[in-house]
Write a new protein. Structure first.
Length: 486
């Protein structure tokens, strides 16, 4: 190990500038005899000269033995270490785990990690660590010499897919959508010029049922998962539904922790995933998806959960891009056909049978594959979205425009870079008609844009507020009061 580190020029040996005996170098066999000689009426200076021991080191051990006769005359270099043995063990375990995950740390990254670890533990560190915000070069060789399980190796380039084995058939996307008992009527042929064209529906307001679906990158899907707005689930709610579909019930009819946990079990049962056959699950960052119960179940069954960034699901969600749109259209058309053949109001017990027809038409191989393609997931395309497409998502609506407030600083830096003598290509100057008017118009446009943004800033999404409790029912209270008075 020593020879290996010396070959890589990692071990740093400080060159001594004088012939003075090194301070702190203690021989545990000679030091007790030297201390006893001083205690037996000999001088420290004479014993130091005779035995070749540093004077101040001998004085320190003599003082220790005078205070405590049972002092062990053995060097304790661990007092000079930044971390204790337990802390270095935890740091070593972290490095080994990162290496097993194929994300091993380089020497410089390891030194930065050591500095952050020391600051977290409020350790006494050298001033150079604080000024450079990184551990010293001398610390790493000593750390690796104390940890025999560590070694500096040349890693082999490993493809991300080969590392995680996330082939297209193992990349899944899950999302929920709502289907109501009152459909949106499809377009019909009517008399030209009529302002009111009607279509029969079940009622004015319908009951919402949540449907959770999952698809993979090669066009396959698992049976849908229905969430009904009821306290107790009945098997008749999914009669006639898609083959293999599952249903649960909760009072709200929305996805929560308990229902998502049931969906995870449904997903594992159909996908047959395990630590030996891992899968990647793409989903939004809803609070019901990222709780510890769901994460533990995913970890035990080899599911790697990756959530989309905020306000990006409409661009990155394959189900939203190419599947749920056709599903809603086919569902509305199927509801129209159902009402024609069943002249009665539709209930939640009829939704599963209507979804079966629309599900087979929407969840096709071409629709599902197109969703992963336009989202840039499979095949992977990180440059599929331009800056204009994400303008509404970013905090800065126009990243390519120079802020007028910082325009003078920008011009000054540009002029300094031009005057520094750096190489640049000079383009031929084209004739411009009336340049003064053009420059004034550009400056006016910039100032107008800045003033307009001050008068009416671009809207930003506010924080979500949770409405708890029930609304005050003033009408019912007044009716009850009038009834009691009468």
């Amino acid at each position: 190990m020593h020879q290996f580190l010396e070959e890589l020029n990692i071990v740093y040996h400080k060159k001594r500038k004088t012939n003075r005996l090194p301070r702190g170098k203690v021989n545990e066999n000679e030091m007790p005899a030297a201390v006893n000689a001083v205690l037996n009426s000999s001088t420290v200076y004479r014993v130091s000269k005779e035995r070749g021991i540093n004077l101040m080191t001998l004085k320190r051990y003599v003082r220790k033995c005078q205070l405590n006769p049972y002092t062990v005359c053995k060097p304790n270099f661990i007092t000079m270490q930044i971390f204790t043995n337990e802390e270095e063990t935890s740091l070593s375990d972290y490095l080994l785990r990162a290496s097993k995950l194929h994300y091993g740390l380089s020497t410089k990254t390891n030194r930065k990690l050591a500095y952050e670890f020391a600051m977290t533990l409020s350790k006494r560190i050298p001033k150079s660590w604080k000024s450079l915000q990184i551990a010293g070069k001398q610390w790493l060789p000593g750390f690796m010499l104390r940890r025999n399980e560590l070694s500096l190796r040349n890693p082999e380039a490993t493809n991300f897919r080969l590392r995680h084995k996330f082939q297209p058939q193992n990349i899944y996307n899950v999302d929920e959508t709502g289907l109501t008992t009152v459909q949106k009527p499809v377009k019909v042929i009517a008399k030209k010029g009529d302002k009111k064209v009607g279509r029969i529906t079940s009622a004015e307001r319908g009951t919402l049922v949540t449907v959770c679906c999952a698809v993979n990158a090669i066009g396959n899907s698992i049976p849908p998962f229905f969430i009904f707005p009821r306290v107790h689930f009945k098997g008749s709610m999914i009669n006639g539904g898609p083959p293999g579909c599952v249903g649960v019930a909760n009072p709200s009819g929305w996805m929560n922790v308990a229902t998502f946990l049931e969906w995870m079990k449904h997903f594992i049962q159909n996908v047959k995933c395990s630590p030996a056959n891992p899968v990647l699950l793409l989903l939004d960052n809803h609070e019901s998806h990222v709780l510890i119960v769901c994460l533990d179940l995913a970890k035990k069954n080899g599911i790697t959960m990756l959530s989309f960034p905020l306000h990006c699901s409409h661009k990155l969600q394959p189900l939203d891009r190419s599947v749920y749109g056709p599903l809603k259209r086919y569902y509305n058309a199927a509801c129209d056909d159902w009402i024609v053949s069943n002249p009665r109001p539709m209930t939640i017990y009829d939704i599963a049978s209507v979804v079966r027809k629309a599900y087979a038409q929407a969840f096709t191989l071409s629709n599902i594959s197109a969703g992963f393609t336009v989202a840039g997931i499979e095949p992977f395309n990180p440059n599929i979205f331009s800056d204009n497409e994400i303008t509404a998502i970013t905090a800065n609506p126009f990243p390519g425009v120079v802020d007028p407030v910082h325009a003078p600083a920008f011009n000054q830096s540009l002029m300094s870079s031009l005057s520094s003598g750096s190489a640049c290509s000079v383009l031929p100057i084209q004739p411009i008609s009336d340049p003064g008017n053009q420059l004034s118009s550009v400056s006016n446009n910039i100032s107008h844009q800045a003033s307009l943004e001050k008068l009416r800033p671009f809207p930003k999404a506010g924080s979500r507020k949770s409405i708890k409790g029930h609304k005050r029912q003033r009408l019912e209270y007044s009716q009850t009061l009038l009834f009691e008075m009468s």
